[in-house]
Design a protein around this ligand. Sequence first.
Ligand SMILES: Nc1ncnc2c1ncn2[C@@H]1O[C@H](COP(=O)(O)OP(=O)(O)O)[C@@H](O)[C@H]1O
Ligand SMILES: [Mg+2]
Length: 203
Amino acid sequence: MYLKAENISFGYKKDNWILRNVNISLGSGEVLGLIGDSGSGKSTLCKILSGYETNYNGTVSLDGKKIPSGIYNPVQLIFQHPEKAVNPKWKMKDILNEGHIVSQELLESFGIKENWLNRWPNELSGGELQRFALARALGPGTKFLIADEITTMVDAITQAQIWESILNIVEELNIGVLVVSHDKNLINKLCHDVLHLSDINTG
Ligand SMILES: Nc1ncnc2c1ncn2[C@@H]1O[C@H](COP(=O)(O)OP(=O)(O)O)[C@@H](O)[C@H]1O
Ligand SMILES: [Mg+2]
């Protein structure tokens, strides 16, 4: 299966293009790096790929078909700040199981402890919350994961643990991953291939 973005052009304001004629293709099981300067449009491209931003020119498709809105998106985005992706008034177990019941195996892979499930989001660290966001996003309908600076805020050991878990799971499930970072060392360690946004963006 292929996730493709073709001839993507986008600007937040009229006549101010952030992305211009961007083409990117990600295959199942592939771990592709996307690197670029701060403010160059990486997060914007991530939102377009995962359906959070729909007001663009060009096409995003899965095996040549447009991804329908309103259903579970097989392309799941993970943000840099997991606290922004959770409802602060819900307990972690409810946040986790909102869309589907997350398997025990996934919880264990991400090192999610039983007693974290009864906590509120503000009672967990950023790294712990990010493990929940990942376990929730790697549900049965997920084919691609868009990881936008997802371990930028955690220490090196946590970063290594989280990525080890992700790589094991995506290999097992044949999920394709876009690893977005400004950290070249991390990208080189994790990815089969690397793209520089400035090389694929004519804007
Ligand atoms: N919601 C928004 N409204 C207006 N401008 C935005 C918005 N989000 C991002 N931008 C601008 O778009 C550009 C690209 O941002 P972004 O995609 O977040 O870059 P990156 O993730 O590479 O740092 C930046 O100049 C940023 O200031
Ligand atoms: Mg960004």
